[in-house]
Design a binder for this molecule. Structure first.
Ligand code: SAH
Ligand code: SF4
Length: 344
């Protein structure tokens, strides 16, 4: 929802200022139509529906995982392109939206389904936040218990390649009069746009940062995450130090374990060596991710290799956990999001 547009439409109708309060309260609580806003006059309802629709996107399909803990929607945007967005249920009453910032992605990490698509365009701030609004409406419609109050920018796209739009969307999510989400409940994941990491630390010191590392030598990282050719591990380390100085906030390092490529003992040692000296250990958290199958030549690490890798990182004194993978059966887990031709 474009709240400025809604407010100016209400103003043009000569409606008193409290109408906007009525509208925003209902909409951010998950009202799917202006008809559900209590007390709103009929003319205001129809005019708003026409001039300032609640959602800028429309769901073509929603799939649910067999365990009910993940749902994935394919959303059509006004220009004919589409993105995927995911709703996750990490615990009984807590829900997390995993949202997209771009249609496709230009970074082209070799293991990622989105990367295979290339980049079509960045989303507008409204299209970014409307994914959250869509899931709030969905939860209400389906009668799902609990609250959606966590958002991770880990869907399609590189958020720091469209920093200004992502920053605008974060402000809307945090605005007490709009979504009213706490900064600590928001996380942005980047493949490593160094200057934006520094800026993010200054602009949003309380929003969580995740860095998609995946390798700790330049040769390997440049191959897996081509962003490394623009900002290598040295540039990244310098940016992260500045980030920590500004935000003093824990950084999550994502590391997808690929069989025989980055999961060997020497890779774990390179990782620990690179982390050493970045900042206080309690602020560095390695999140090991089990590789989700995509149409790429990579294979997941074996249990044994993953466990050995984790214990080596732990042994070096860093926190290391293995991320639970929700939504694999609907291709809705990390790195599996893509809008393929045959689906369109
Ligand atoms: N573009 C941003 C955010 C979206 S990706 C970024 O790369 O950080 C969210 C996470 O999923 C990233 O850490 C990404 O590297 C990881 N990922 C990509 N493909 C994956 C796959 N096939 N299996 C597991 N994780 C994957
Ligand atoms: Fe883009 Fe992130 Fe996928 Fe890399 S992992 S291609 S940066 S979406």
């Amino acid at each position: 929802m474009d709240s400025a547009r809604v407010q100016s439409a209400l103003g043009a109708l000569g409606q008193p200022p409290y109408r906007w309060d009525q509208v925003r309260r209902a909409v951010f609580d998950g009202a799917a139509s202006y008809d559900e806003v209590p007390g709103l006059p009929a003319l205001a309802r129809s005019t708003l529906a026409e001039r300032a629709p609640i959602l800028s996107l429309r769901a073509r399909r929603v799939e649910a995982s067999s365990d009910g803990r993940a749902r994935k929607a394919l959303l059509d945007l006004p220009d004919g392109s589409s993105v995927e967005t995911v709703l996750l249920r990490p615990s009984e009453r807590r829900w997390t939206a995993c949202i997209s910032s771009q249609v496709g992605c230009a970074v082209a990490c070799t293991f990622c389904a989105t990367g295979l698509m290339g980049l079509a365009r960045s989303l507008t701030p409204e299209e970014i936040t409307d994914q959250v609004l869509f899931w709030r409406q969905y939860m209400r419609r389906e009668g799902l218990p609990g609250r959606l109050d966590n958002v991770v920018y880990m869907g399609m796209g590189e958020p720091f390649s469209c920093y200004d739009r992502v920053a605008a969307s974060l402000r809307v999510l945090m605005d007490q009069r709009l979504f009213g989400m706490g900064a600590r409940h928001l996380s942005v994941s980047t493949s490593g746009v160094a200057p934006r990491i520094v800026q993010f630390g200054r602009d949003f010191p309380q929003v969580n940062l995740a860095l998609s590392l995946h390798a700790a030598t330049d040769a390997l990282r440049s191959r897996l995450v081509p962003m490394n050719k623009a900002y290598d591990l040295k540039a990244l380390a310098a940016a992260l130090k500045e980030y920590l100085a500004a935000a003093n906030r824990k950084i999550f390092f994502e590391y997808v374990l690929l069989k025989g490529e980055n999961d060997r003992a020497q890779d774990a040692r390179a990782l620990s060596a690179w982390l050493e000296g970045l900042g206080p250990r309690e602020l560095l958290h390695v999140n090991l991710i089990v590789f989700n199958q995509t149409d790429t030549p990579h294979r997941p690490s074996s249990e044994t290799d993953a466990r050995r890798f984790q214990s080596l990182v732990l042994g070096a004194g860093f926190k290391a956990t293995v991320r639970q993978n929700l939504g694999r059966d609907i291709d809705g887990a990390c790195g599996q999001l893509a809008v393929l031709e045959e689906r369109a």
